[in-house]
Design a protein around this ligand. Sequence first.
Ligand SMILES: O=C(O)CCC(=O)C(=O)O
Length: 283
Amino acid sequence: MTNVDLDQYAEQGYVVLRNAFSAEDVQGLLAETATICRGERGAVGGLEPASPDLSDEEAMRRYVAINFPHKISKVLRDAMRQPSVVSALTRVIGPNVKAMQSMLYMKSEGKAGQAWHQDEHFIPTRDRSLTGVWIALDDAAVDNGCLWVLPGSHRAGVLYPDREHDDPRFDCAIEAYDFPYSQNDAVPVELDAGSVVVFNGYLLHLSLPNTRPGGFRRALVNHYMSAESLLPWRGPLPEGVHIGKYDHRDIMLVAGHDPYAYKGTPDIVHPYLRKDRDGGCDR
Ligand SMILES: O=C(O)CCC(=O)C(=O)O
């Protein structure tokens, strides 16, 4: 069983698992990232297949991130089920755990970060069990746009107000504001490739732009929650279904038992490119 400091997790809202993925695992994930960005693994909404003369690096530089890549990639689904990470998740969530989202960041030099936010704002669970797993595929440091957190900010169990913003450092996603922390409380989570940060869905976090010349800051981020919770997420709802009963079921069980297995796991979400600030924000 993976050793997780549960006291630190409860207190700070995050915990780092050093070397959760081997150097070989990371090489496999980077090769898969290039294949996906070339359009050679399957359809990704908005992605142009790379011509043979485009290098892998150029193919990856075109995009900031892809949402739901695990839907077309066994390598990424296997990473979602990585035993040491799942073992940690069973300690922080409980014995029954489902995965419900993946995001693959390329984030080459110049690409924006994401402003302060709480993931439960975007992905509401009924029991506050949402947990992010952020896997560094390159060494992640301040200059290439690592994650920053506000330790302990999950503890109030409050989702803070949010608004649109015009800060060019960040992508078009809304920012949280009016929370009782200052920038001085923020802590960078610098990680070696293959290490992982597991964090609570109420933890305030951001990332800054990648300012490292020529560099990438690739990361795979997977989201998990307890299998017992319904997932009232993503619209529009099927006709006649009330939000209180809606349960998004395009999930993957990674540990234990799925009490809603009788509902099946329909294929609902498909990979798509994440909006890059360079293309402007739709407002
Ligand atoms: O990796 C990043 O740049 C942002 C990731 C993030 O904020 C998230 O996973 O919620």
